[in-house]
Write a protein that binds this ligand. Structure first.
Ligand code: ACM
Length: 551
């Protein structure tokens, strides 16, 4: 489709994610021009600001405050009869354009639909020529999301993504009607958030001397330092930018495993009776470090202090405390850990893991927040109010939902976007299972074995983007897109059962969507395979068939 053609050609206007219903498109066009006024009401001011900024950049539209004559008015309003994130968008040559949301978020998602209907130029940051006036076909769209948690995890620990990249990511999530950014802020390979009380967490923990190239068995390192972190002001800005887009940023501070960067900064956090933690460095390889937190009161106090600062920065109702992949070898060998197990009559090392999680479940609950953790937190008994992010398949999510706990489904078999998209050795990120755009489209977040009552505990779903081998924006774009578009439809739209999903229809709409991603400058994986510059450089090592993730 030529970039100047404002008419979406595919059925349904090429909208992604697909809305609940579209009445139209009718004949003719509805134009927005220099004289189009923007009428707002209470609760729509944020979307009005966003529309002025976005359509102002793309088309030079001033959108003065309205209303003007109906045919020249873009009107925003609320209708509490609609679901809070639902909206109705009506475009008519005589009556103008009206977006009505059940709440402020619904109006914003309606504005995202309007942007898609205005053609790819609406995704540019400056007009290609003066005087372009956008248009959309006459139609009425009724829409509301299936799930309230439509997320993406971004791992900024393995490779730091500078703040600009996070803001760009939030824009891309918003364009796909996704509303949760789960920021994986800490891991063995880096600590990425300023904590005022413990400056060495970033002074030492945000930097590693070198980085393993390729999977963990590779013999190669890049031999150059890597690192970075977000100041507390950066975090405030990220959270505010997200809030303007009706996106919640869920912080993750991963304990008690995946903690080597923190131990390198503060050696007393580690199992000092087993290893000399004073010689530990921020980890320079992939996999799961054996260096985990010591189960002591002082470790708990340390992380309470960390979380005090985290809570002050992130208004998210949920705080993610990790809990995944905690090797128990050091606890087995540690007299301190064994004494704690005996003292508290815990069920071995798994009980110690639950002891950590239960402590922070109570601690967060007392502060009006809720704990979410990876499905390993089921081992040794689930803390009372905890929600589970089910990543090792669906079993954790099923068990949690059956026992009345809330769940976010993110099984690695289907929605880990670090996994390769094709078996070809040309794939730039040659890890994990092959998961194509179609595989992601056929992901069903609600396990069929759940009763409707249990299924109500499925808050939603998220795609996880681990960055061991994504060291640049280009690599990220390639892995995340186009699959995030199919994922967004899974999270938002009411699709039939996986086998009945119309992948051909998605493909037709994706043809339109690629022109939007092109206008945005997203370096997605083209349908025909990687472009020469996107191909895998030889240094990344041989792809490993059937390898587990994160290698
Ligand atoms: C995970 O992939 N370790 C949650």
């Amino acid at each position: 489709m030529p970039d100047t053609d404002p008419t979406p050609t595919a059925p349904g206007g090429g909208l992604i994610p697909a809305p609940l219903s579209i009445d139209g498109p009718g004949r003719g066009t509805v134009r927005l021009g220099q004289d189009t006024a923007l009428a707002t009401g209470p609760g729509t001011e944020g979307t009005a600001r966003w529309l002025r900024a976005t359509l102002g950049e793309a088309f030079g539209l001033p959108l003065p405050p309205g209303p003007g004559p109906a045919a020249h008015t873009l009107a925003l309003g609320l209708d509490p009869a609609l679901p809070p994130e639902g909206y109705r968008l009506a475009a008519d040559a005589r009556r103008g354009v009206r977006i009505t949301g059940g709440g402020p978020a619904g109006v914003f998602w309606g504005a995202q639909t309007l942007r898609q209907l205005l053609g790819p130029q609406a995704f540019r940051r400056a007009p290609l020529a003066p005087g372009q006036e956008p248009a959309l076909p006459p139609l009425t769209v009724e829409d509301a999301p299936r799930f309230g948690w439509r997320g993406m995890l971004l791992d900024v620990a393995r490779h730091f993504l500078p703040k600009d990249g996070v803001l760009r990511c939030l824009d891309l999530l918003a364009a796909h009607k996704l509303n949760v950014l789960h920021l994986h802020l800490t891991d063995d390979q880096g600590w990425r958030i300023e904590i005022r009380r413990y400056p060495k967490l970033t002074g030492t923990g945000a930097w590693r001397e070198r980085t393993k190239l390729g999977h963990r068995a590779s013999p190669l390192w890049d031999e150059r330092p890597h690192g970075g972190y977000y100041t507390q002001d950066d975090i405030r800005e990220i959270v505010a930018y997200a809030a303007q887009r009706h996106i919640t940023v869920v912080p993750e501070i991963d304990i008690p495993g995946h903690s080597q960067a923190a131990i390198a900064a503060y050696p007393a956090l580690g199992n000092t009776d087993v290893v000399d933690t004073t010689s530990l460095k921020v980890w320079d390889t992939w996999g799961v470090s054996p260096n985990v937190l010591a189960p002591t009161d002082s470790t708990l106090r340390f992380y309470e202090h960390v979380l005090d600062e985290v809570l002050a920065l992130f208004p998210s109702p949920f705080v993610h405390i990790g809990g995944d992949e905690c090797p128990k070898d050091q606890w087995r060998a540690s007299a301190t850990a064994q004494a704690r197990i005996a003292e508290l009559s815990l069920a071995g090392e798994d009980g110690l893991q639950s002891w950590f999680i239960r402590h922070f479940d109570r601690w967060l609950t007392a502060r009006g927040r809720r704990l979410i953790g990876w499905d390993e937190i089921l081992e040794g008994g689930l803390a009372e109010g905890a929600a589970v992010a089910s990543w090792r398949g669906r079993a954790g999510g099923v068990a949690a939902a059956k026992s009345g706990h809330d769940v976010v489904m993110c099984p690695e078999q289907q929605v880990y976007l670090d996994h390769r998209q094709h078996p070809s050795p040309d794939e730039p990120v040659p890890i994990g299972f092959v998961r194509t755009l179609e595989d992601v489209y056929r992901f069903e977040p609600v396990p069929t074995e759940l009763t409707p009552e249990q299924a109500a505990h499925v808050l939603g779903t998220q795609a996880n983007v681990w960055t061991e081998v994504m060291d640049s924006q280009q690599r990220l774009d390639y892995q995340v897109f186009p699959r995030l578009a199919a994922f967004a439809e899974v999270a938002w739209s009411r699709l039939p059962a996986p086998a009945e999903r119309d992948y051909q229809d998605l493909t037709r709409r994706m043809a339109v969507h690629y022109t939007r991603l092109d206008a945005l400058g997203v370096g997605y994986r083209p349908p025909g395979g990687p472009l020469p510059w996107q191909k895998r450089p030889g240094v990344l090592g041989r792809p490993i068939d059937g390898a587990p993730p994160n290698v």
